[in-house]
Design a protein around this ligand. Structure first.
Ligand code: CP
Length: 318
């Protein structure tokens, strides 16, 4: 595996899951694999879980780790080609990327959607520049359109907790005070569509996701109807995707906050969220604190998904 940016890169999901469970049993099994190999993690945006779990995964594999927060201590970077650089950005990403590539073997990049220009975001300009110009295997630590390390961890979690071969998994939009990217819901949908699960997406009208990610999922605008008989509820907020509303908050309707009312019509569903979560906007305190809440196991599985991905990227170096 030379890059990891989407579900297709991981190949057969059964093989990837077997590898994940093997690593979960003994997370230091491949500690010799990364000896004298260096991971560089580059953050254009904040993180808690991705930063810590990916760093831990690299340590599991015996790697050295360098972490760079672009906005704290690095030169301010110009990212557009053709710009006359007479402003406040002294370095261009097109020099910075190959320079970073000189100091490491593998690069992880976190670069969120900016919501200034749909095409710029959905063409994954920053991530693709790293893939093109770093000379190193690159993986996404959440880009503008996808968060594959999170989705892989979510899949591992569902496989661990499912009580039937084909569970009903419902991804629900939920309210949030700020506009959030579509990366997590896009990615979750992409990974769920690669399984045999009964997958349903529910959101208010005007919150439709890009059809390439919705795929064959059933879309239901009535949240209560969508939740009926569900085995897993995956809550997430996202900003509007379509047309001139791209990146806008169109609703803060707290009827969509996941609480007892909705969970009572499920099949005693597990509750999932990638975190960080705004309590009593996305989900009520009692649901996130209940014995059916999987938010901590999901976060724990981030270490496992990252270990599998880094292992495969190291193996590609040989
Ligand atoms: N879920 C997730 O990616 O968390 P962070 O933004 O804290 O890394």
């Amino acid at each position: 595996m030379k890059k990891f940016t989407c579900v297709q890169d991981i190949g057969d999901l059964k093989v990837a899951l077997d590898e994940a469970f093997e690593i979960k049993k003994d997370r230091f099994k491949y500690v010799e694999l990364g000896r004298n190999k260096t991971l560089m993690m580059i953050f254009f945006n904040s993180s808690l879980r991705t930063r810590l779990s990916t760093q831990k995964a690299a340590l599991n594999l015996g790697m050295n780790v360098i972490v760079l927060d672009i906005n704290q201590g690095a030169w301010k970077l110009e990212t557009e080609r053709g710009v006359i650089m007479d402003g406040d950005k002294p370095e261009h990403l097109l020099e910075a990327i190959p320079v970073m590539g000189c100091y490491c073997d593998i690069i992880g990049v976190r670069s969120f959607a900016r919501f200034e220009d749909h095409d710029y975001d959905y063409n994954e300009v920053i991530l693709n520049q790293f893939i093109q110009h770093s000379g190193r295997p690159v993986f996404s630590m959440e880009a503008a359109t996808r968060h594959p390390l999170q989705s892989f961890a979510d899949l591992i979690t569902i496989e661990e907790y499912k009580e039937k071969p084909r569970p009903k998994v419902v991804m629900s939009w939920a309210p949030h005070p700020r506009a959030l990217p579509q990366a997590v819901p896009n990615s979750f949908a992409e990974w769920m569509n690669a399984t045999n699960y009964d997958f349903v997406i529910t959101h208010p009208e005007s919150y439709e996701l890009d059809p390439q990610f919705v795929g064959n999922a059933r879309v239901e605008y009535d949240q209560m109807k969508a939740f009926e008989g569900a085995d897993f509820i995956y809550a997430k907020s996202w900003a509007a995707y379509k047309g001139e509303n791209y990146g806008k908050v169109l609703s803060k309707d707290r009827d969509w906050t996941v609480g007892k009312r909705q969970m009572n019509v499920t099949n005693n569903a597990y509750f999932m969220h990638c975190l960080p979560v705004r309590r009593n906007m996305i989900v009520t305190d009692d649901i996130i604190e209940s014995s059916r809440s999987l938010v901590i196991p999901e976060a724990a599985n981030r270490e496992i998904s990252a270990t599998v991905v880094l292992k495969r990227l190291i193996e590609s170096l040989k």
